[in-house]
Design a protein around this ligand. Structure first.
Ligand SMILES: CC(C)(COP(=O)(O)OP(=O)(O)OC[C@H]1O[C@@H](n2cnc3c(N)ncnc32)[C@H](O)[C@@H]1OP(=O)(O)O)[C@@H](O)C(=O)NCCC(=O)NCCS
Length: 189
């Protein structure tokens, strides 16, 4: 039997199940993720939790997901990560349920380097609400909180909090609109 010829959903479940078996000592899973393409590169010296039915898709480029010593990274249920996502927790990153993270997005809770000799490295938790959609190539910086249902337009650099049910865009990201959505709404697609 050729693994490549199996249906996509079977391949991603099988790949995720194997990944879950091998990584269960270091990561807490509500259920094994579904993996399409390359396995994520995981570096966990802290606590890492993945919710139910997360999908990691990486046809071109691996995800890099790390939690440093004593850091906590929580990814909620039904998260979708597209190609080459980079999530680095040095303190705390919390990602809600049904969050869609597009290609090449980076999420950092630390700047990692000081700006000047008398300036400490900025390091602050990141909190991303439920049903947030983060557009391709965006960067979420330390200390940012993103409200439920918010949309981060492609190529945005987010350095301040984003209200729930809003769209922000640009560098630095600015509010471009707000919209209505019932609390339990899950974005399709
Ligand atoms: C944000 C987005 C979803 C459009 O949302 P929308 O509600 O239809 O918004 P509009 O197109 O009406 O744009 C609203 C304003 O934001 C601006 N805007 C939208 N996307 C922008 C972006 N990526 N960067 C800068 N400005 C942007 C528009 O120019 C417009 O500005 P204006 O009011 O001055 O004319 C879309 O532009 C986007 O970025 N999609 C991400 C796609 C993606 O990354 N997909 C990956 C696969 S998951």
């Amino acid at each position: 039997m050729n693994f490549e010829n199996l249906p996509r959903r079977v391949k991603r479940r099988a790949s995720g199940y194997l990944f879950g078996l091998l990584k269960q000592a270091t990561i807490t899973f509500a259920s094994p993720p579904m993996i399409e393409g390359y396995w994520p590169k995981i570096a966990n010296a802290g606590t890492m939790t993945f919710g139910n039915r997360c999908i990691f898709s990486s046809a071109r480029m691996r995800h890099l997901i790390s939690a440093g010593k004593n850091a906590v990274l929580e990814i909620g249920h039904h998260a979708f990560l597209n190609d080459g996502v980079n999530i680095c927790a040095t303190q705390s990153i919390t990602i809600g349920n049904f969050v869609k993270i597009a290609d090449m997005v980076s999420i950092f809770d630390s700047d990692f380097h000081p700006v000047a000799p008398d300036q400490p490295v900025r390091q602050k938790p990141v909190i991303i609400g439920d049903n947030v959609w983060i557009g391709a190539n965006s960067i979420i910086l330390a200390g940012v909180r993103i409200g439920n249902h918010a949309v981060i337009a492609a190529n945005s650099v987010v350095n301040t909090d984003v209200p729930a049910k809003s769209v922000v865009a640009g560098t630095p990201a600015r509010l471009v609109k707000t919209f209505d959505a019932p609390d339990g709404w899950v974005r399709g697609g």
